[in-house]
Design a protein. Structure first.
Length: 336
């Protein structure tokens, strides 16, 4: 046992056996079908031993991709600091087996240079993230949101120079509309740094990408990693009997608010659970299989507060196919 009570970590040699890896758009990079995001449950308000346990567990299951951003915490920045600590304690010699992402776009520090999409903000924020995680480079760096007040050429130009400076290997965009995605992709192509990936929200309760965005990503050869595939926990059994004390909706800093756990949503989840049970899956697994049904979706980035939830997500991969009848039933539940 080390001083902190955690045993020395040796990843299991069979960690690549059960995971599926998908090529990200037309790039050479493969991502695990299930990735782990550190938006919640990895900040300094959370349990560090639990965070550490989840990272180790995820890696043992073949989850090679960890998704971060400058503002994850709370407080903002603390998830990257904790991840850096865990990485150096447990995964230092496995850096080349990992794909680590960060982002900048939302408010990080006061004044005119602490958010949005200027070169000034993106470059200094990535420098801070690298210091926080004690890394020389991230694998993917994202513009976290489109900035209507900064020319897109400047934001994309900053991403291009970040790659050329060696601080990121690939770049992506997140929360960009279809129109801005096509514009951004064209600028990046001209600059010689292709857009690797788009990170939009997508789940059974929010289907906006099904219209034009997926088609644009297919046309442009851009990969897609979708966030909040479980609608922050709503698309699981978590809230079927009320709001548990340890759940995201009960936490003051959680982004899922109590009022979002509505009777109408829970009634739908109950019906989805019946379909899942008939498939011998959990509700969460059905929700993840449904998101992964699009060939454009490279990976889903889940959140978790326990290793059991990570097991549940990875278990999805043994039963991904959905029949036309099941899809129709799901559509009618969601439309109802
Ligand atoms: N680009 C962006 O703007 C953006 C925005 C948001 C998120 N993200 C990324 O996406 C990641 C995932 O987002 P998310 O956390 O909202 O994803 P999510 O997978 O929709 O929700 C995760 C939450 O669902 C609950 N859960 C997970 N598995 C469960 C299971 N098997 N049974 C019951 N409950 C389960 C847990 O809630 P409890 O904590 O209550 O247990 C968990 O924290 C983030 O960490 C971040 O990396 C990106």
């Amino acid at each position: 046992m080390s001083k902190k009570g955690a045993t020395k970590y040796s990843p299991t040699p069979v960690r690549y056996d059960a995971m599926t890896y998908n090529r990200c758009g037309r790039s050479g990079l493969k991502l695990p079908a299930i990735s782990l995001g550190l938006w919640h449950n990895f900040g300094s308000v959370d349990s560090y031993p639990n965070a550490r346990k989840m990272i180790r567990h995820a890696f043992d299951l073949g989850i090679t991709h960890f998704d971060l951003a400058n503002n994850y915490g709370p407080p903002p920045g603390s998830a990257e600091e904790n991840f850096g600590k865990i990485l150096h304690a447990d995964l230092k010699s496995f850096r080349d087996e990992l794909v680590i992402s960060s982002k900048a776009g939302y408010l990080m520090w006061p004044g005119p240079y602490g958010e949005w999409g200027s070169r000034k903000y993106l470059v200094s924020s990535l420098d801070q993230s690298l210091r926080g995680m004690k890394l020389d480079y991230v694998d993917i760096f994202y513009s976290h949101r489109y900035d209507p007040d900064t020319p897109l050429e400047e934001t994309m130009g900053a991403l291009d120079s970040i790659v050329r400076s060696g601080k990121a290997l690939y770049v992506g965009i997140s929360n960009y509309s279809t129109e801005k995605t096509r514009e951004a992709a064209a600028i990046l192509k001209r600059l010689g740094t292709p857009c690797l990936i788009h990170q939009p929200k997508y789940n059974m309760f929010d289907r906006w990408i099904e219209g034009e965005l997926l088609k644009a990503l297919r046309d442009e050869g851009i990969g897609c990693i979708v966030f909040s595939p479980l609608a922050q926990g709503l698309l699981t059994d978590r809230y079927l009997k009320g709001i548990p004390k340890d759940s995201r909706a009960a936490k003051p800093h959680g982004f899922l608010k109590r009022e979002q756990v509505t009777e109408e949503k829970i009634a739908k989840v109950m019906m989805l659970k019946e379909i899942a049970t008939a498939r011998r899956q959990t509700t969460a697994q059905l929700a993840l299989a449904w998101v992964l049904r699009h060939k454009e979706v490279t990976s889903v980035v889940i959140g978790a507060s326990s290793t059991t939830q990570i097991d549940d997500a990875v278990g999805t991969l043994t039963n991904l196919s959905l029949s036309r009848e099941e899809l129709q039933k799901i559509d009618s539940i969601l439309a109802g």
